[in-house]
Design a protein around this ligand. Structure first.
Ligand SMILES: Cc1cc2nc3c(=O)[nH]c(=O)nc-3n(C[C@H](O)[C@H](O)[C@H](O)COP(=O)(O)OP(=O)(O)OC[C@H]3O[C@@H](n4cnc5c(N)ncnc54)[C@H](O)[C@@H]3O)c2cc1C
Length: 341
């Protein structure tokens, strides 16, 4: 079959690779020019999961790892501090990983796809892998995004571990994710656009040199809030249909899981739209609970007593998927965290 893919990020590069491997004809359209094509992301995810996806796509994930985390420090409101033991959370060369996935796949850079001008009829299916932009699918009235930006830094001293500042009311967080050789991503997502921690970081690290300043909002609305997933022969995959873990704004692994669901719904002659929709909704069902927790917390309405079932659902599901997150999940720490924010 003939596929067009709009967007060469996580979903576009992985699906380009996997569809071509299965013998389909694939063409990718990417808005950025090659020299500017840079994944806006802090490049942190679970080694366990990325190793599996890489293997399927013919890559060796260990070749891309920058930093293997041991322990994440989290500063919380009112001088609370929490430490999380890490079990596979790494940073990796996401730029190279995505580009290596697309080796041998036809890609047109510098082409900003639009609904008005795209030749939909030339393809059996057109995949909307434009992430936040959701360029080809109808807008969702229930969308929710959080502003974010970050710096790629080099020459940073004394910051060799994952570090986070959680904002009051779960309104966002500051991060420093170490890469290699004194490089790291420092940034923040914040509903209120205050980005606490960024100017303090520069004051405390005058040696740090800015290589890039990049940013875009992150979608927190889960798949349940981001329907439709398809429209005519257009199918959304990844962040375009809400595959982001709402508590963390973490979308690499959920997007790849969504890609595999897409591939499962595809046989040699057609795509099963209903099966795709159902499987996406089932697999990311608990993201809706997590999203409700985040929104209740942001609105100052979360009660650990009244919303105990919601909180327990989040804990149980995260515990079941501990390896996929790359950090320890304990009820004790989660309760402390929810209370401290
Ligand atoms: C600042 C920041 C930090 C983040 N850090 C992390 C992290 O550490 N770990 C994690 O798991 N998640 C993180 N995320 C979220 C994660 O990066 C995304 O959820 C994930 O990349 C989504 O994958 P995707 O393929 O759906 O979209 P993307 O990877 O965003 O790819 C979309 C692509 O589509 C292209 N595009 C957009 N519009 C068009 C158009 N009209 N025509 C053609 N091409 C177009 C874009 O240029 C881009 O290349 C972060 C997000 C941000 C903004």
């Amino acid at each position: 079959m003939k596929f067009a893919i709009a967007g060469a990020g996580v979903a576009g590069s992985y699906l380009g690779n996997m569809l071509q491997k299965r013998g389909h004809e694939v063409e990718i359209f990417e808005a950025s020019k090659p020299e500017n094509h840079w994944p806006v992301c802090a490049w942190g995810a679970s080694r366990h999961m990325l190793s599996k996806f890489s293997e399927k796509a013919g890559l060796k994930f260990d070749d891309y790892i920058f930093h293997v985390g041991q322990r994440l420090k989290m500063d919380l409101p009112n001088d609370n501090v929490e430490y999380l033991d890490l079990v596979g959370l790494v940073t990796y060369n996401k730029h190279k990983w995505e580009h290596d996935l697309m080796q041998g796949v036809k890609i047109n850079y510098g082409v900003k796809v639009t609904k008005e001008s795209f030749p939909f009829g030339d393809y059996d299916y057109v995949l909307d892998c434009t992430g936040l932009h959701r360029t080809l699918l109808p807008r969702s009235e229930n969308d929710f995004i959080i502003p974010a930006y970050e710096y790629l830094l080099e020459n940073v001293r004394g910051m060799d571990e994952f570090y986070v500042i959680g904002y009051k009311g779960a309104k966002g967080y500051f991060w420093y994710f170490p890469l290699d050789n004194g490089r790291g991503y420092m940034g923040a997502g914040d509903v209120e656009k205050r980005y606490q921690g960024i100017s303090e970081f520069f004051q405390n690290h005058p040696e740090a040199k800015v290589v890039k300043k990049i940013g875009r909002p992150i979608r927190l609305a889960p798949p349940k809030k981001m329907e439709p997933f398809y429209d005519g022969n257009i199918i959304g995959v990844g962040e375009s249909i809400g595959c982001v873990f709402p508590m963390l704004g973490e979308g690499i692994i959920p997007t790849l899981i969504c890609c595999d669901i897409f591939l499962e719904a595809l046989d040699q002659s057609k795509f099963d739209f209903k099966k795709y929709r159902k499987k996406v909704l089932d697999r990311f069902n608990y993201y809706d609970d997590v999203y409700r927790i985040v929104r209740l917390k942001m609105d100052g309405k979360l009660s650990t007593v009244r919303h105990a079932n919601l909180l327990l659902s989040m804990y149980r599901n995260m515990k079941r998927e501990e390896k996929r997150f790359g950090f320890e999940v304990t009820l004790e720490k989660m309760t402390r965290l929810v209370n401290a924010l």
